[in-house]
Ligand binder design. Structure first.
Ligand SMILES: Nc1ncnc2c1ncn2[C@@H]1O[C@H](COP(=O)(O)OP(=O)(O)OP(=O)(O)O)[C@@H](O)[C@H]1O
Ligand SMILES: [Mg+2]
Length: 138
């Protein structure tokens, strides 16, 4: 069955404070949808990493937060998109331990493990989009 989108909220990311606001909005939504504390923490950690990636690597972008329902199962989907430099080698960026910012390079690879679905699209010179989905477990 295709997931229904119950609500959509768009937030800009142009500062570290904006990343905190997005994190807070996603956590509130996850709690409202009945996610347990582990799922909520996993999702908010992923959101912080991807929001920070926009700020650090692209400087500005958007988070689009969607409240989903698949049958009776609540879910949350967040898309992070920017018009920044893009990622030249996605396998390299996803491998874990690789960074162009002299950082740990664990953001993308770690994030993927924290969510149920992870879709990354990126084009050099055009930007990057990362879409994550997490479902409530009963
Ligand atoms: N939105 C983005 N735009 C452009 N490049 C990106 C973006 N997100 C990630 N990258 C590239 O992918 C690499 C890996 O990202 P990842 O988040 O795993 O590590 P990091 O941000 O460098 O370090 P950290 O462990 O602190 O997150 C980055 O170093 C960067 O080169
Ligand atoms: Mg990162």
């Amino acid at each position: 069955m295709a997931a229904r989108v119950l609500s959509t909220q768009e937030m800009k990311i142009a500062s570290e404070d904006d990343v905190v606001l997005v994190r807070r909005a996603v956590r509130a939504l996850a709690e409202r949808r009945g996610f347990d504390s582990f799922a909520s923490a996993a999702l908010t950690t992923a959101v912080t990493e991807l929001g920070r990636n926009i700020w650090v690597h692209a400087r500005s972008g958007m988070a689009i937060i969607e409240e989903l329902e698949d049958g009776l199962r609540p879910g949350v989907r967040v898309e992070f998109k920017d018009l920044g430099p893009g990622i030249p080698d996605i396998d390299w960026a996803m491998a874990g331990g690789n960074s162009t910012a002299s950082s740990l390079g664990l953001g993308l690879s770690g994030t993927k493990r924290l969510v149920d679905d992870f879709q990354l699209q990126s084009e050099v010179g055009r930007g990057t989009s990362v879409r994550i989905t997490k479902w409530k477990r009963f």
